[in-house]
Design a protein around this ligand. Structure first.
Ligand code: GLN
Length: 495
């Protein structure tokens, strides 16, 4: 056992290039960390053979002087990404046994950049959830615990396995996806960094769809520099995804000067919400001071339609999900129910979908089908789409007034206990996304940076929201915030 898995991408990259270690050594360290962490239930399909092969190939590339950004870096891949010949189930029973014959665009880009896949990571079923508790594999567990308390906490969701794995140093970084907050909320709950880029930056091709107009992939990493490095490797223009943008991918890492003098940071008054803990308000205000001390100008702004965002999201996301999930019918791939002698095709669909989808997914399919039904389409779906336009307009207006980035809390609470929301109304769980969904509805880039600990010793994150396509600038502001916050706490190992 050694500490190599604790390295950052940047640290490992430099050590690999200098010849201080090999990717094979680094990969072995991660594989043994993973084997010692079954209690976290983060990696749900381990791929040690693939990892060892790719690590050896990366070492050969580095030796030959051809070492791209992620060369030899061991990472985990969220189960939502199709990976060739490797189980890709979206944490659902309905995709049991499915092994794609192709690689998603994002994971292929990472392979091309030399990354080493260690395995697939736990998540909420079809990325629907905020606690990783809707997974067919059972929930992942947060490596953090409250002070003097052994209660198991959620790592957040839906990218809960990714967050737990990075926070526990099982891998150097992981992919996540974010439809309404699924990168940023778990990053905040586990003291790591996560960025959702502008909609269209990462190709969605080969990523199992939840809500296509909102879904974006992004990196979950130990710090902002790593997020910049890995994001650069993940994005590309891809004609196979009609919403993928044909824009050059900047060198995000080169943008990290930490100099934010003259930048304007907006503080939206509507994000001061009722019931938000005092310590989250306090952290937000400290974040504001940190950015001001670093030379930014802080201005109060208004995003007046924020209060409608959750309602609009929980119409639009289920509507798209109900359509996307119609393809899981027991015919083409994954699970098929066993049938009785009198059963026909309708019974086959019904039984397969009833067995294959968990309760939350069924709820979303029903809501989605309802809001899209002929009699209610205008009242719900079209109205939600209009609200979405207004939310986007709110951001366009503040950007037009010269705001470079918006600072908000990342989540309305620290990580909560597993099972704690079980008896609650589902809407209770949906409230988790209150600070994050606006960003998806408006298609903007958003990043969560760990900024402090709460009274129980749990990490809290701050969110920065940027202008479309200006991830480089956003990452630099996040870098300044990270430097000022100086968050270095790590979970105490118990697993
Ligand atoms: N928690 C939100 C939901 O359940 C967001 C999920 C996500 O971003 N994938 O829909």
């Amino acid at each position: 056992m050694n500490d190599l898995s604790k390295l950052t991408i940047a640290g490992a990259r430099d050590a690999l290039r200098k010849g201080d270690m090999t990717s094979v050594e680094l990969t072995e360290a991660c594989l043994s960390a993973i084997d010692g962490a079954d209690g976290l239930n983060a990696f749900v399909h381990k791929t040690p053979e693939i990892a060892r092969d790719r690590a050896a190939a990366a070492d050969a590339r580095i030796k030959a002087g051809d070492a791209p950004a992620m060369c030899g870096i061991p990472i985990g891949i969220k189960d939502l990404f199709c990976t060739e010949g490797v189980a890709s189930q979206a944490a659902s029973r309905i995709l049991e046994g499915f092994q794609p014959q192709y690689e998603s665009a994002v994971s292929q880009n990472l392979i091309d950049a030399g990354a080493v896949m260690l395995g697939k990571l736990n998540m909420d079923e079809f990325a629907m959830g905020s606690s990783n508790e809707t997974s067919v594999y059972g929930n992942a567990v947060n490596p953090w615990r409250r002070r003097d308390d052994e209660a198991a906490l959620t790592p957040g969701g839906s990218s809960g396995g990714s967050a737990a794995a990075v926070a526990a140093d099982l891998c150097l970084a992981a992919t996540g996806t974010d439809t309404g907050g699924s990168i940023r909320q778990p990053a905040a709950f586990t003291g790591i960094t996560g960025i959702k880029p502008t909609y269209g930056r990462c190709s969605r091709w080969g990523t199992i769809a939840f809500a296509s107009s909102l879904d974006q992939a992004g990196p979950m990493t130990k710090d902002v520099r790593d997020a910049a490095i890995m994001l650069g490797a993940m994005c590309s223009h891809d004609p196979r995804d009609s919403t993928s943008v044909d824009l050059a991918v900047p060198d995000f890492e080169a943008a990290l000067s930490g100099d934010i003098r003259g930048k304007t940071i907006g503080i939206p008054k509507e994000y001061h919400m009722e019931g938000i803990p005092e310590e989250i308000e306090a952290l937000w205000s400290q974040g504001k001071d940190m950015l001001r001390d670093a030379g930014a100008k802080i201005v109060d702004i208004s995003l007046p339609h924020t209060k409608y965002a959750l309602a609009a999201y929980y119409v639009i996301a289920p509507a798209e999900a109900s359509s996307n999930l119609a393809r899981y019918d027991g015919v083409r791939y994954g699970h098929r129910a066993s049938l009785g002698s009198g059963d026909g095709i309708t019974e086959m669909y019904e039984k397969t979908r009833a067995e294959g989808f968990g309760a939350e997914v069924q709820r979303r399919v029903m809501i989605g089908t309802y809001v899209l039904s002929a009699g209610f389409y205008d009242a719900y779906y079209n109205r939600a789409r209009r609200v979405r336009t207004l939310i986007k307009q709110d951001f366009d207006d503040v950007f037009a007034q010269g705001v470079d980035a918006v600072l908000t809390p990342a989540t309305p609470s620290a990580a909560f206990g597993l099972g704690e929301m079980k008896s609650a109304d589902p809407v209770q769980m949906y409230l988790n996304d209150v600070f994050t969904v606006t960003v998806n509805l408006a298609g903007l880039p958003g990043i969560s940076v760990p900024a402090g600990l709460d009274h129980q010793g749990l990490p809290l994150g701050l969110q920065l929201i940027g202008r479309p396509w200006e991830e480089a600038d956003l990452l630099n502001t996040a870098y300044a915030l990270e430097t000022a916050a100086g968050f270095v706490a790590k979970p105490v190992k118990w697993w």
